[in-house]
Ligand binder design. Structure first.
Ligand code: HBI
Ligand code: FE
Length: 279
């Protein structure tokens, strides 16, 4: 499936803030079936490896119910649980719009679903990745507040050309992050939990580098788009991640990162603190 949903200006029917109507009635029975298939195929990865916060969030938002969630039913639950809402967007939207929505507690959800012919992998975030992958973690107050901080930091970073550093932080936490819960390693990243094989790789494969999140180190570290990551970053708790961003002097971190060469995904760094917890 090619990358079809990237736009440099809002297509017809999309507002200047990049939001659009979900138009839930327009989804076909086949699309609802595809959604249900995707949910059932993720059950194994989630029950075996997902963070408890993620599992709790799935229940609170009732995302495992049959059919594509109707925002008119989902938003009151998300609002009550987390003070957030979802907005439909046509696909990958520009940084400024993305950061602004997050900073104002609106999570952008792509309004298309991958075809039934490519259930296991979508080259671009679709509504399943966005909703089923990301929304459960919004019910964790610390992670939700981290995303608000991330949105505000993104708006500032965009202004000084440092958005790529933040994108790496997002990738290695919100997409592929690991967390230690009751002493055991679990996954909370949306991209990670989308793939049973990558979740198993990240949590159990020997030779995988698992190190603690350190903001400058993460912001220096390049990542893979089309294959498993070589390094995964862990946090002791979502409160830890929130505290790091609450206390961070992002401008100083950007200047520091700017002064150093980027790190290859498989590179070592003297400051690395290995995560000793295991699955
Ligand atoms: N960044 N600028 C931008 N626009 C997006 O739509 C976007 C993103 N980063 C991550 C992301 N979307 C995905 O995580 C979606 O699943 C939200
Ligand atoms: Fe995502």
């Amino acid at each position: 499936m090619a990358i079809l949903h990237v736009f440099d200006s809002p297509p017809p029917g999309v507002k200047p803030d990049w939001t659009m109507e979900q138009n839930w009635e327009a989804f076909t029975p086949e699309e609802h079936e595809t959604w249900d298939l995707l949910v059932s195929r993720k059950a194994q990865a989630i029950s075996a490896y997902a963070s408890k916060a993620f599992v709790d969030g799935l229940g609170i938002l009732e995302l495992s119910k049959p059919g594509i969630p109707d925002f008119r039913e989902l938003n009151p639950k998300l609002k009550a649980a987390a003070g957030w809402e979802v907005v439909a967007v046509p696909g990958f939207i520009p940084n400024d719009a993305f950061f602004r929505h997050l900073s104002e507690k609106r999570f952008p959800v792509a309004n298309f679903l991958r075809p039934a012919t490519s259930l296991d992998y979508s080259e671009e975030p679709d509504m399943f990745h966005d909703m089923f992958g990301h929304l459960p973690m919004l019910t964790n107050p610390a992670l939700a507040d981290f995303l608000v901080n991330y949105g505000h930091a993104g708006l500032r970073a965009e202004g000084i050309g440092a958005a790529d550093y933040l994108a790496r932080l997002y990738l290695y936490t919100v997409e592929f992050g690991l967390v230690i819960e009751d002493g055991r390693l679990r996954g909370f990243g949306a991209g990670l939990l989308s793939s049973l094989s990558e979740t198993e790789h990240a949590l159990t494969a020997p030779g995988v580098r698992r190190i603690y999140v350190d903001l400058p180190r993460v912001m220096r570290t390049q990542y893979h788009f089309d294959r498993f990551q070589e390094v995964y970053f862990a946090i002791d708790s979502f409160d830890d991640l929130l505290r790091m961003t609450d206390e961070a002097d992002f401008a100083a971190i950007y200047a520091h990162v700017e002064s150093l060469p980027p790190l290859e995904p498989g590179a070592d760094c003297d400051s690395d603190v290995p995560c000793k917890a295991s699955y």
